[in-house]
Design a protein around this ligand. Structure first.
Ligand code: SF4
Length: 282
């Protein structure tokens, strides 16, 4: 390449281009730092530009991520990130839409939206940072908290069965499903690239320790089982893998073959207003 061509070549996008400069207010050591870093790595690997990416969230510690990226961002209402992102993607299919949030936001108040986002299969990526606790509101049990977790608010545990997000996502129709760990940012970035590039609704459950209210999760670094889940195209086989494996088993679990929802194929044919008016003439 001659000097002029080098001068005219567009500069490569780097992970630093996706940082907003806003300093995160997370507790030092929170797993969510690794997710925002891995997201920047993944977007840079795909050479996407911040102005072509939108990050949408709800409420909670992990839902602060839109402020920490230089992409378009929407920090919305508790549990409502998925319908907001769905509307955005339908209106602006040219954008890469990423949805971020936690287990409380996504599986409790947002649980109904999770089911229907999987079912609708709109082309976007949902990253849930699961720490099995409500961190921002000081340590209540969440839908994925273990029944025996003993805390000041739930002495002797809740006794309630944990929600199984990956199995629910499979049953509801998500087109790509994986579990990753925030302590391995390069491996997490690899999974995020696959999720974003896979057409349709992609769901990535990221084990992201809350070192303040679940300090025992610091041990996840040694306990996670890397590549224990094997990619499958069969939803029943994938569901059995989740149910039979340890809850800290990692890997890409499922790649489906459903075409993403295309609003153009369902839009009513345009009619002149004068024709519509005739139908309402008394
Ligand atoms: Fe992270 Fe937990 Fe602190 Fe929230 S409370 S910032 S989840 S460590």
């Amino acid at each position: 390449m001659n000097e002029q061509a080098i001068a005219e070549a567009p500069a490569a996008v780097t992970p630093a281009d996706f940082k907003s400069g806003v300093k995160p207010v997370w507790c030092p050591g929170c797993g969510d730092f690794g997710v925002v870093n891995a997201l920047g790595k993944a977007l840079a690997r795909m050479q996407l530009h911040p102005e072509n990416v939108a990050v949408v969230s709800g409420i909670g510690c992990s839902s602060r991520i839109p402020a920490y990226t230089s992409c378009y961002g929407f920090h919305g209402v508790h549990g409502r990130s998925l319908p907001t992102a769905t509307g955005l993607k339908i209106a602006r299919p040219d954008l890469t839409v990423i949805v971020t949030g936690g287990d409380g936001d996504g599986y409790s108040i947002g649980g109904n939206h999770f089911l229907h986002a999987c079912r609708r299969n709109v082309d976007m990526t949902y990253i849930v940072m699961d720490n099995r606790v409500y961190g921002m509101t000081k340590g209540q049990s969440s839908p994925t908290t273990e029944p025996e977790w003993n805390s000041k608010l739930t002495p002797r545990g809740t006794g309630l069965r944990e929600f199984q997000p990956m199995v629910i996502a499979l049953a509801s129709g998500a087109n790509f499903i994986a579990r990753a760990f925030t302590g391995d940012p390069n491996a997490l970035a690899d999974v995020l690239v696959q999720a974003i590039q896979n057409p349709g609704f992609s769901f990535v459950e990221v084990l992201s320790p809350c070192i303040t209210y679940r300090p025992e999760q610091r041990h996840w670094k040694k306990q996670v089982q890397r590549d224990a889940l094997k990619p499958s195209v069969d939803a029943a086989d994938a569901a059995m893998q989740v149910l039979r494996n340890d809850p800290l088993a990692l890997g890409v679990l499922y790649r489906g073959g459903r075409a993403p929802y295309d609003p153009r194929s369902h839009a009513p044919a345009a009619q002149p207003v004068s024709e519509l008016e005739k139908r309402f003439t008394v």
